[in-house]
Ligand binder design. Structure first.
Ligand code: ATP
Ligand code: MG
Length: 132
């Protein structure tokens, strides 16, 4: 059993995909064990994505992530970290496999609907970031 942190990003909330996305994980056998809705501050978004702070897209990423409410949630299940990433699809929706969340709903690499922790180490930092 693993726990991982996912976020329905502001574009996903704006497109009214909260229910669709949560159902997809539940239908795949996962449990949603914590959830909230909030609008990130610049400081919070910058800290959350601090590994990308030297990248050219960092400023836009922070601006997008603070542009409206997002929905962080904790997913629990077998092999959750990897499987959640598979269900999300590739970062760039044009490269995401058919039937994945990003392939079905995302507009572009910078507006890609959903986040998922990329490793056990990330999950262990990201879950307490939102759910202390
Ligand atoms: P996330 O961390 O949001 O789950 P990811 O792990 O698939 O996404 P990362 O490499 O961690 O991808 O990038 C974090 C976010 O930064 C991406 O989701 C995307 O919104 C944005 N991003 C990544 N690469 C680019 C890029 N080349 N151009 C614009 N935005 C990008
Ligand atoms: Mg990432």
């Amino acid at each position: 059993m693993e726990e991982t942190l996912s976020i329905i990003k502001p574009d996903g909330v704006n497109k009214k995909l909260i229910g669709t996305i949560l159902k997809k994980f539940e239908d795949n056998g996962f449990e949603i064990i914590n959830i909230k809705r909030l609008t990130l501050t610049n400081e919070q978004a910058g800290e959350f994505y601090s590994i990308h702070k030297e990248r050219p897209f960092f400023k836009e990423l922070v601006s997008f992530m603070t542009s409206g409410p997002c929905v962080p949630f904790v997913i629990k299940g077998e092999n959750a970290i990897l499987r959640v990433r598979e269900i999300m699809g590739a970062t760039d929706p044009s490269e995401a496999a058919e039937g994945t969340i990003r392939a079905d709903y995302a507009d572009s690499i910078d507006k890609n609907i959903i986040h998922g922790s990329d490793s056990k180490e990330s999950a262990e930092i990201e879950i307490p970031f939102f759910f202390g």
